[in-house]
Design a protein around this ligand. Structure first.
Ligand code: RRO
Length: 306
């Protein structure tokens, strides 16, 4: 990897730059992951995968609003036993770290999915304990500190790769949840998943999504995500990965100043295409140079100084 001021190290993972493909966007096929790497991502995260295949919810699963997208996909995925083939192939093609997002309906299911993903070559795991709208997994796990701690402990015991924990914003105190995850052995925190939301059609007078409620992503949630990263930074020592509405370099810098060591990008790909990663990185680089910083690390959490 070429050494430069954009390099970051997240829990032992070396990234050429601090932009990462967020889970859920284009995360199943090796070809789409490759297009994101060509677009400049420093690492990629797959869509969440569990033990059994799931179809997900009926259409419509996504609705565009004035300020972002609301999705309720319902965790469609091929199941980990099928997905290990994609992981193996991806590892032969991609030259950036591959992070596999996993979910489960119990502590054991998270651990087994993580173990299988790591066995197939995942460089790190991201535990999805924050999906806002699938029952008995996601945020139902992440909001219960005892269960969350056990999910993290069991996943850590099952793999020797870094374990990231992706948290929901739809909670009273995200920093406390981050602390629970960190105490249980999490190597990094991803903040945040989507914000619980819904849209209603004035003509039909009915909710638009088949699941009625979903998760809002995109620019509307960035200030919420920045606040969450800021709060988590004040409570935990492990790295934080910012996620929510990053569209340009200024957004990325804002997350870094709040305390994130890297940022994930998802929804902006829909409007800006895969090259958004290059554009954001190059803007961050110009900013660092202009301000006289030699590395991304020098600005992580800088807004917390008194
Ligand atoms: O699949 C989904 O509907 C979904 C997931 Br798993 C998630 O974590 N967050 C989200 O907004 N949608």
């Amino acid at each position: 990897m070429k050494r430069n001021r954009l390099n970051v190290n997240i829990a032992g993972l070396q990234l050429a730059n601090p932009t990462i493909l967020a889970s859920g966007i284009l995360g199943y096929s090796v070809a789409t992951l490759q297009s994101i790497v060509e677009g400049g991502a420093g690492a990629v995260i797959t869509k969440s995968v569990g033990l059994k295949p799931r179809q997900g919810y009926a259409n419509p699963t996504v609705v565009q609003t004035k300020c972002g997208l609301i999705n309720a996909m319902g965790l469609p995925n091929p199941g980990i036993d099928e997905f290990v083939n994609e992981i193996r192939e991806a590892k032969t093609v991609l030259d950036v770290p591959l992070i596999v997002s996993v979910y489960g309906f119990s502590e054991e299911e998270y651990a087994l999915a993580a173990k299988k993903a790591a066995g197939a070559g995942a460089d790190a795991l991201e535990l999805n304990v924050s999906c806002p709208h699938v029952k008995e997994t996601g945020s139902e796990i992440g909001q219960n500190s005892e269960i969350l701690a056990e999910v993290v402990r069991k996943a850590k015991a099952a793999v020797s790769k870094p374990v990231f924990v992706k948290l929901a914003p739809n909670v009273t105190d995200i920093a406390e949840i981050a602390e629970t995850a960190a105490r249980a052995g999490a190597d990094a925190i991803t903040a945040i998943n989507t914000v619980k939301a819904m849209a209603i059609d004035a003509e039909t007078a009915m909710p638009i999504l088949s699941n009625k409620k979903g998760g809002l992503s995109g620019q509307a949630i960035k200030p919420i995500a920045v606040r969450c990263v800021y709060e988590v930074y004040e409570r935990v020592k492990i790295p934080i990965i910012g996620c929510g509405g990053v569209t340009d370099w200024r957004d990325a810098v804002e997350f870094l100043l709040a305390g994130a060591s890297a940022v994930q990008i998802g929804t902006a790909i829909a409007t800006k295409g895969p090259n958004v990663f290059k554009t954001v990185s190059s803007g961050v680089n110009t900013y660092l140079k202009r301000k006289g910083f030699r590395s991304v690390k020098e600005i992580v959490g800088l807004s917390h100084r008194n």
